[in-house]
Design a binder for this molecule. Structure first.
Ligand code: ATP
Ligand code: MG
Ligand code: MG
Ligand code: MG
Length: 433
């Protein structure tokens, strides 16, 4: 008899198998017990019929406690009523680890309570499905960039300077110097692009976001590709192919997880259709002004969540908003060739209210321009000499972008809060567990 995982049940229909499981819930009468089981690969039901098993086995089934671990042995049958499609008719139970009173019962709990028990809450169905999709998005990211000829090139997490503005910065000590936790690996990725042509990084990013929103984590994971000899138009093509690829891989490989979440695959399928619309920041402002619901919107300001939601809903697809005002974007973006006031950049806004999932741009190539920008931004020039070297020795047109992993996962899974898209979220008032 084979020991298998629940996910492989379909290969063992009408065979006798053994599975290591946890009990998530149970229902029983005098004659039959239904055990809801999970093993980390899937959830399914075990059925224990009193007349078919020993008195001892039936007693174990009836008395088993939530989250108790055990080996169950029995035959796999089809079960067309469940999401999973199979169940096990249990013949014997071998207890492994006892369980105390489990704090999370199937009834509703408040978010704070669940967050305090995140280490246990992660065992639940919805959390399971989201983490599986997160894992698939990461796997597909590596597949996509490797097949496109990118080199994985990691940026440091401890840095001596901060390109994205200083208010959201985490400060720490680096022996006798100041250091900061990375807010973006981008400048280092540019060095990578000059050495390897096409690179991408994937790593944690830290921002001391002072406001509570459904889209901001304090610690999140970012994928940052950077490409040499590449203008913004080609970068946008890579971005949309990458996003469509991620969505398609989730559709192909995470059907069970989408079912557990109740996420409609037809909605996701639409996001695999390319190209995504492109509008300029100027056009976006016009659209918002015409809509009438945004009286405060004026040229020169960044969009908030309601504006981003409106723009992507307007197209019911992800939409690129191009060429934002220079004054609200970081120093390294390429100035527009014919306009003083905007830079060559784009944000990709996701539909259904998820907002910006990608921020990207073509990078400035002229060392004198960059040096002036660094000064204007109030940054210490000494910290950026290495960065200016990238322009002093064979500067080339280059572009790149950053995708927030958890933003993308929240959108693909249809969740309403980003805290669900990472195992242990760091939020404004939370660093436990
Ligand atoms: P936002 O406007 O939503 O605050 P941003 O413009 O500050 O985002 P960028 O600096 O452009 O963000 O970072 C690139 C990507 O990283 C964003 O498009 C988003 O997907 C993600 N991101 C940014 N901040 C956060 C955060 N606090 N939590 C999770 N993801 C984030
Ligand atoms: Mg921000
Ligand atoms: Mg933004
Ligand atoms: Mg941005």
């Amino acid at each position: 008899m084979e020991t298998i995982s629940i996910i492989d049940a379909k290969k063992h229909v009408n065979e006798k198998v053994k599975i290591g499981v946890w009990l998530t819930n149970k229902r029983s009468s005098g004659k039959i017990a239904f055990l809801q089981l999970r093993d980390g690969t899937a959830f399914f039901q075990g059925v224990v019929v009193k007349s078919n098993v020993s008195a001892e086995t039936f007693a174990l089934a009836k008395e088993a406690r939530q989250e108790e671990s055990m080996y169950v042995t029995g035959e796999i049958h089809e079960d067309t009523r469940s999401h999973f499609g199979y169940e096990i008719e249990i013949e014997s139970i071998e207890p492994v680890g006892a369980s105390q009173d489990y704090p999370i019962s199937p009834k509703e709990h408040g978010v704070d309570f669940l967050m305090d028990h995140r280490h246990l809450w992660l065992r639940s169905k919805k959390q399971f499905a989201i983490m599986k999709i997160r894992s698939e998005v990461i796997r597909a990211t590596y597949e996509f960039f490797h097949q496109e000829g990118f080199v994985k090139f990691d940026a440091p997490i401890l840095t001596g300077s901060a390109p994205e503005g200083t208010t959201e910065l985490f400060h720490t000590e680096y022996f006798d110097k100041d250091a900061y936790l990375s807010q973006s690996g981008q400048l280092y990725e540019e060095a990578g692009a000059m050495a390897f042509g096409k690179v991408f990084s994937f790593g944690p990013t830290f921002r001391a976001e002072k406001s509570k929103t459904r889209r901001h984590l304090i610690e999140f994971w970012m994928i940052e590709p950077e490409m040499a000899f590449m203008h913004q138009e080609q970068s946008l093509e890579i971005q949309e192919r990458y996003i469509a690829f991620l969505v398609q891989k989730v559709l192909d490989n995470c059907q069970y997880d989408l079912k557990l979440l109740g996420r409609d695959p037809k909605v996701l399928q639409r996001y695999t259709e390319l190209p995504y619309p492109r509008i300029s920041y100027d056009e976006a402002i016009e659209l918002l002004q015409k809509a009438g619901d945004f009286p405060d919107v004026k040229w020169g300001e960044d969009f908030g969540s309601p504006e981003e939601t409106y723009l992507a809903e307007h197209f019911s697809k992800p939409v690129f908003v191009l060429n934002y005002p220079k004054a609200i974007k970081p120093f390294y973006m390429k100035p527009h060739p014919t306009r003083e006031d905007v830079v060559i950049c784009a944000d990709l806004l996701a539909p259904e209210g998820y907002g910006e999932i990608i921020g990207g741009s073509e990078r400035a190539t002229d060392p004198a321009y960059l040096e002036a920008q660094i000064e204007k931004a109030g940054l210490d020039k000494a910290d950026y000499q290495w960065y200016l070297d990238l322009r002093r020795y064979g500067s080339v047109p280059h572009s790149g972008f950053g995708l927030g992993l958890e933003r993308a996962v929240t959108w693909i899974t249809g969740e309403d809060h980003i805290r669900e898209a990472i195992p242990f979220p760091r939020l404004l008032n939370r660093i436990y567990p």
